[in-house]
Write a protein that binds this ligand. Structure first.
Ligand SMILES: *Cc1c(COP(=O)(O)O)cnc(C)c1O
Length: 384
């Protein structure tokens, strides 16, 4: 395993944390020649996820995006339907809706946890609304009680996009276990990785069967080369699953490192400079617990230009950061006429950055990042 003693010249915003265990499993899968979408690591990975989440059915997919697409299809979402998604999220959440010919409708987010605002969702519900996709952004759990109530009262489907929050907790239970279905991503920068990969988790056997059918080109389970529906090739490979099995063996360690990162950022940033809002403290097992996928900050008095300058200056000092997601409604495929409808999304996006959140960071590095961040914000505040 890689381990860094000193402060690296270039500190990445994230990086996969791979050990000898993942390597051993991967070579074992390779040597078995089961390198395609059958093999024992696929079965094992499914079981490990199922046990971890305490959810009976897991369907593994080629990515988080294909998991979302499959889940929407299995939920029966069709052309002309509306699906409410947060305006502040990774593009995949909205794109999956568009693949189907349905319309994503963009809700605002809460100012403190940055997750979808239940009040905003309620206002957007129409006769056409068939589903809500809530996103546990940057590891922060959504307000599940309110969202579940809205979904139930309006008889609409609730999908949890848990791509950024494997292991996060809402009221004592892991996120991804509240909605009708949840999806995960195992991209290289996620809490655990398989390179590319994803999963659908559900308690509904029928839903799992439908997802499995769609994921596997629509081929009948008991009649080979008989295709019941137009499906997709969205399968995961045994090689990916082998890496996933190794990562699942280490998941507690990986999440503990994310907490350590958060605690060190609080130690070195809290109360050190005005108008810097730190990632909300979500430490409570009984209420909300974030896994801090990306430890993030908001510079209250900045605008887009200064925020981008901050990112640029930090990069010059060897620290890679990321801007908050652009509101989806601001980008070409989804551009709407009324720009500032989702006020909180625009406010956060113009002022927010994700700090390095790798599980391989050292305390010295987090101390250096924090000091450099404060110093750079001060430099920019002195600019006219
Ligand atoms: C990463 C991510 C996805 C899926 O991404 P893939 O790269 O397709 O695995 C979906 N939604 C959110 C919020 C994500 O962060």
């Amino acid at each position: 395993m890689k381990s860094y003693k000193k402060i690296r010249k270039f500190i990445p915003v994230s990086e996969p944390n791979l050990s000898e265990i993942e390597r051993e499993y991967l070579i074992d899968a390779f040597d078995s020649t089961w390198i395609s979408s059958n093999g024992m690591y696929l079965e094992k990975f499914k079981k490990l996820l199922s046990r971890y989440l305490d959810i009976p059915y897991i369907v593994l997919t080629s990515s988080g995006t294909t998991a979302l697409h499959t889940a929407l299809l299995a939920a029966g979402i069709k052309k002309g339907d509306e699906v409410i998604v947060p305006d502040l999220t990774y593009i995949a959440t909205a794109n999956a809706v568009t693949y189907i010919g349905a319309t994503p409708v963009f809700a605002d987010v809460l100012k403190d946890t940055w997750t979808i605002s239940p009040e905003s969702v309620e206002k957007l519900i129409s006769k056409k609304t068939k589903a809500i996709i809530c996103v546990h952004l940057y590891g922060n759990p959504c307000d599940m009680d309110k969202l579940l109530k809205i979904a139930k009262n309006n008889n609409i489907f609730l999908i949890e996009d848990t791509a950024e929050a494997l292991g996060s907790i809402y009221k004592g239970k892991k996120v991804g276990t509240f909605g009708d279905v949840s999806v995960f991503s195992f991209y290289g920068n996620k809490t655990i990785t398989t390179g590319e990969g994803g999963a659908i988790a559900t308690r509904n056997k029928n839903f799992a069967q439908k997802s499995l059918l769609l994921r596997g080109q629509g081929m009948s389970f008991n009649r080979r080369y008989w295709f019941e529906v137009v499906g997709y090739n969205y399968r995961m490979t045994n090689l990916q699953a082998a890496i996933g099995c190794g990562q699942m063996r280490r998941i507690d360690e990986l999440i503990a490192k994310k907490f350590r990162n958060a605690n060190l950022y609080y130690k070195y940033l809290e109360g050190k400079i005005d108008n810097l809002i730190l990632h909300k403290k979500l430490f409570s097992e009984k209420e909300m617990k974030s896994t801090y996928w990306m430890f993030s900050v908001i510079v209250k008095d900045f605008n887009l230009k200064k925020r981008d300058l901050l990112i640029e200056k930090l990069l010059k000092k060897g620290i890679e950061t990321r801007p908050f997601f652009y509101p989806i409604s601001s980008m070409p495929p989804y551009k709407k006429s009324k720009k500032d409808e989702n006020k909180n999304c625009y406010y956060l996006f113009e002022r927010g950055i994700n700090l390095p959140s790798s599980t391989l960071l050292t305390e010295e590095e987090i101390k250096f990042i924090s000091k450099t961040l404060i110093e750079t914000i001060k430099e920019l505040r002195n600019l006219r």
